[in-house]
Design a protein around this ligand. Structure first.
Ligand code: ADP
Ligand code: MG
Length: 700
């Protein structure tokens, strides 16, 4: 009889109701299918036997052959422990049980050769092994064992209740028996032969019971490839469906606003990257599928002008547009910057923030609804239900990682038809991650800075060099430049961090006294109006130094600022450091970034600082960041499911991911509906996946 892989795990011989419950609650294993997809964490060599006198005090897992010479019970604080003396020809050690002692006493025999397996402890001058896996040597040899034994994910509860690795391994064997180890192939022949993959059945067998290290490696490759292939397939299909199903507003024409601006008011020549991205956006907006595009561009690459010109395309077609930014400062800055351009073109534009007065709000609401207000800039305040547009055609979200996915999708629902959406981020996302996290968005990249920018010189200085740094600051100020000094501010450490900030402010004030010098200070505890006032003083050049917490991280634009000093730089993440550095280098002069730290640096901190000094390429920095932190901390990964991968690793298996995406794309290009006989199994697997989530194999 061949079993159906959707059979509940309870039916597998050797499982039974208790173990089934445990497997369900602890590992989420409901069916045969789930069990076979329980991939091992690692493998150990079970052909290697240690002698007791070879044991090291390193707590490693070892396997030893020996005999039990006797048992004793030792009273302890609570209850008692059972101890067996265990010896081989080289020495003695102890086996220890805190639970299940009755069963041990009844079943283990003195004087018989056993194989024990587990972690050893060094205690009171001798080695011991608590709760060893133990079986008679005879049985051990009879059991199907490969040189490499799989170690499965487990939990404390599972091992306490006797569902040890050995038990899991046994029921896995049983599953292969009941299914004859034959599983439906899930990849097309063309892919299998081109990549010289092993079959699904071979891969599953060798992932659980590797015959050789080489077969294990091939099994891992094949299963990782398959996992990533189907994720990519899913994302690409989602994107295709989105494009064909979701109608958006088509911006048919390029009209007067755009053309006038382009011909007469463009403040600079666009970079080639900006032109290319505008074309991509124009293409999306001109079609009647809804645009859903991510625009990546390093700080200072000029995303704002691209956003504005996209807005002009919307206005030319009679639609309203909005631009949402994550902070009051940034949205005010956008508003200020765009207002001037709008004035010359005769376009109405307003700013809506949490702090906007009710009387002003009412006017904005009214003008939005009657359509006389063309552009609305703002913060989260745009998402409030009261904010209703007459015909919102394009929604732009700046610095998107500050917004949750939920918040973004709220903007979608402000209309009957979803507006076209452009999401802009200055945090470059490594390609591989972007593929997995945003695979269902279209991606544009501005990979070129405006001409004439000098690369920012970045150095690392220790705190005891502060006097030299002060001297350098004075020289720069004498040249007419402005300077940022940024302090870390972390919620858990807020009180201490504010103290550091204020101490720093005081010492800078002493070193740079009035009236020769003017200093701004901006931090999160200030009232918005005060913050705004201090910001404006700096923007207008009335102050030379801005002391701030990371509130200035995002978007602030003061081209005359040429020095960024980051205090306690070791406490910042790489992408944050890169963002901060991007605040300078916006003008024509040489700019500098000085990373201040104490001498106490962790290895990771050192890597971060070295990376910053070496590189100014946001994508390179993002790659290092991903390696250091793993994908868990990066934006969007939580929702994307890349953290729930069963076997592949988004960072380590980058190359496999690229291959998987390539094949998925090609297959969908030639056969978008997966209708050809050759692709039948892809369609089938894909449908099963959506039906059962994560279902990939079934029995012939
Ligand atoms: P970001 O991508 O970080 O949002 P901005 O849009 O704020 O960058 O642009 C940074 C600065 O570069 C602004 O002062 C902007 O006016 C200027 N800028 C943008 N594009 C160009 C260009 N093609 N040539 C010269 N300067 C430009
Ligand atoms: Mg910006």
């Amino acid at each position: 009889m061949s079993a159906n892989l959707q059979t509940p795990i309870d039916y597998l011989k050797g499982v039974g109701p208790n173990r089934a419950d445990l497997l369900r609650s602890e590992l989420g294993i409901q069916t045969y299918q789930d069990l076979i997809n329980l991939f091992p964490n690692r493998y150990i060599d079970r052909t290697r036997y240690y002698k007791i006198n070879e044991l090291q005090r390193n707590n490693a897992e070892v396997q030893i052959i020996g005999i039990i010479t006797g048992f004793k019970e030792v009273a302890q604080k609570r209850g008692k422990r059972l101890v067996a003396n265990f010896k081989d020809e080289s020495g003695m050690m102890e086996l220890v049980w805190f639970r299940g002692q009755k069963w041990i006493r009844e079943n283990l025999k003195v004087g018989q050769p056993y194989v024990i397996f587990g972690k050893t402890n060094w205690f009171n001058g001798k080695f011991s092994m608590p709760h060893p896996e133990i079986e008679l040597q005879k049985e051990h040899e009879n059991n199907l064992r490969s040189a490499m034994q799989a170690i499965y994910p487990s939990t404390e509860k599972l091992s306490n209740k006797g569902v040890t690795n050995k038990v899991v391994s046994k029921i896995m064997q049983q599953l292969f028996l009941e299914t004859n180890g034959r599983f439906v192939e899930t990849l097309p022949n063309s892919v299998i032969s081109e990549l010289k993959l092993i079959t699904k059945s071979e891969a599953l067998f060798n992932i659980h019971f590797p015959k050789t290290p080489e077969l294990l490696a091939r099994a891992q490759f094949r299963l990782k490839f398959e996992e990533l292939f189907y994720i990519q397939l899913q994302l690409i299909i989602k994107n295709l469906i989105h494009k064909s199903k979701i109608k958006g507003f088509a911006f048919d024409k390029v009209g007067d606003y755009f053309n006038t601006f382009y011909k007469d008011h463009l403040p600079f020549e666009l970079t080639n990257a900006q032109k290319r991205v505008l074309k991509e956006i124009r293409h999306d907006l001109g079609s009647n599928a809804q645009m859903n595009r991510l625009l990546q561009g390093d700080v200072g690459s000029g995303k704002t002008i691209v956003a504005f010109m996209s807005i002009l395309m919307g206005l030319d077609n009679g639609y309203q547009c909005c631009l949402m930014a994550p902070t009051a400062i940034l949205s005010a800055q956008h508003h200020q910057g765009l207002s001037e351009l709008c004035k010359t073109l005769g376009i109405s534009i307003s700013l809506l923030q949490g702090s906007t007065k009710t009387s002003e709000r009412k006017i904005i609401h009214k003008n939005l609804e009657n359509g006389s207000l063309q552009i609305l800039i703002g913060t989260h305040a745009l998402l409030e239900d009261k904010v209703k547009f007459k015909n919102l055609g394009l929604a732009i979200v700046d610095e998107q990682h500050r917004f949750g996915v939920k918040q973004r999708s709220k903007l979608w629902h402000k209309n009957e038809l979803p507006p076209n959406v452009l999401v802009m981020t200055a945090t470059p996302i490594p390609r591989t991650l972007a593929m997995s996290v945003y695979g269902d968005l279209d991606i544009s990249v501005i990979d070129e800075l405006p001409a004439g920018r000098k690369p920012i010189k970045t150095v690392h200085r220790y705190d005891n060099n502060r006097l030299k740094v002060f001297k350098f600051m004075k020289d720069e100020i004498a040249l007419g430049r402005q300077i940022y000094i940024v302090y870390p501010l972390i919620q858990e450490n807020e009180t201490m961090d504010y103290k550091d900030l204020m101490d720093g402010y005081e010492s800078v004030s002493r070193e740079f006294p009035m009236p020769d010098y003017q200093i701004s200070i901006v931090h999160g505890k200030m009232k918005p109006a005060d913050k705004e006032y201090e910001m404006q003083r700096f923007v207008k050049g009335e102050t030379q130094i801005m002391v701030a917490t990371t509130v200035i991280e995002v978007g602030v634009n003061v081209p005359n600022a040429s020095v960024m000093i980051i205090e306690s730089a070791e406490r910042f993440g790489l992408s944050q450091l890169h963002q901060l550095r991007g605040r300078v280098g916006r003008g024509a002069e040489q700019s500098y970034c000085i990373l201040m730290t104490s001498h106490k640096l962790s290895q990771d901190s050192k890597t971060r600082l070295e990376t910053m000094v070496r590189s100014s390429d946001g994508f390179e920095i993002a790659e290092v960041d991903l390696k250091l932190r793993g994908p868990g901390d990066l934006m969007g990964t939580q929702q994307s499911g890349v953290l729930n991968l069963r076997i592949a690793d988004i960072v380590k298996d980058k190359d496999i991911l690229e291959q998987a995406r390539y094949y998925a794309k090609n297959i969908l290009k030639t056969d978008p509906s997966l209708a050809s006989p050759e692709h039948k199994m892809i369609l089938f697997t894909y449908r099963q996946m959506s039906k059962f989530r994560n279902i990939w194999n079934y029995i012939s």
